[in-house]
Write a protein that binds this ligand. Sequence first.
Ligand SMILES: Nc1nc2c(ncn2[C@@H]2O[C@H](COP(=O)(O)OP(=O)(O)OP(=O)(O)O)[C@@H](O)[C@H]2O)c(=O)[nH]1
Ligand SMILES: [Zn+2]
Length: 288
Amino acid sequence: MKQGTIIKIISNQYTIENEEEKVVAAPRGKMRRSKAPMVGDHVEYEKVQDSYRILKILPRKNQLLRPTVANIDQALVVTSCKDPDFSERLLNRLLFVVELSNVEPIICITKWDLASEQERKTIEAYLAILKNCGYTIVYSYPESDDQALKAVLKDKVSVLCGQSGAGKSSLLNRLDPRFQLQTQEISKALGRGKHTTRYSALHEVAGGLVADTPGFSSLDFSNFDLKHLDAHLKAFSPYIGSCRFADCNHINEPDCRVKSAVEEGKIPSAYYEDYKALKEESLNRKVF
Ligand SMILES: Nc1nc2c(ncn2[C@@H]2O[C@H](COP(=O)(O)OP(=O)(O)OP(=O)(O)O)[C@@H](O)[C@H]2O)c(=O)[nH]1
Ligand SMILES: [Zn+2]
């Protein structure tokens, strides 16, 4: 019996990889559809005559449904400075949705080359506070050396997210030109009109694995339990549990450490305002 990670699924063919080999396997009969393995799954498998059989899915640390990937280490929140313009609100909401999914966010700034001096200053000021709050920030644009980004991706399973046009495919292709080739070959192989073929894959980029479909494209929070939103947010974590009220919502309560941190400039006010808007929305949802 061996162990490996599923890196590609086409219909009922599962490609498993480990340090020694890359094999194509099928799940054993007992694995029902609802419990079918997904890309990113760590599995136990065995060789039976000339074929390979998946025996068991090892416990998942997390999973995304769109794209269907398990055991994601991080999400690159790809945010452009220009075209589309930098939006604090969009960045905050993407961070929230990623953190609510128990995935580590990495802020990746693109199109720095297109921003004016003034725009750069404004963006940098905002990011400086987020950095102090514990967020990892990397830059990636045509002239950047991408060392920091490569270091972040190495040995990790990542999914990218961000607005259309933010530069997600550009940055992957810059890091590894094979990425585009791989995705093009696959779409050609799958062909048009074969929409029923199940397909998903992780690609090797900079020594790590990256999902070829962006995740978190929907900023719909209705499926999340926002009761403990505060506890998920990196920027709030130093203050959780130290407000006057143990169940503080950090909205109207007195002696709130989160609100003090906002006043002291330790948490960006736009970040706090986006938290507050979501939290109020969820509290209202429960009342009516
Ligand atoms: N100058 C400059 N242009 C960039 C940069 N990153 C991306 N672009 C351009 O921006 C456009 C959109 O980039 P894509 O990589 O296609 O964006 P995407 O996020 O993959 O977009 P979707 O596929 O729609 O989700 C392309 O014309 C790129 O050439 C950058 O850092 N600097
Ligand atoms: Zn509070």
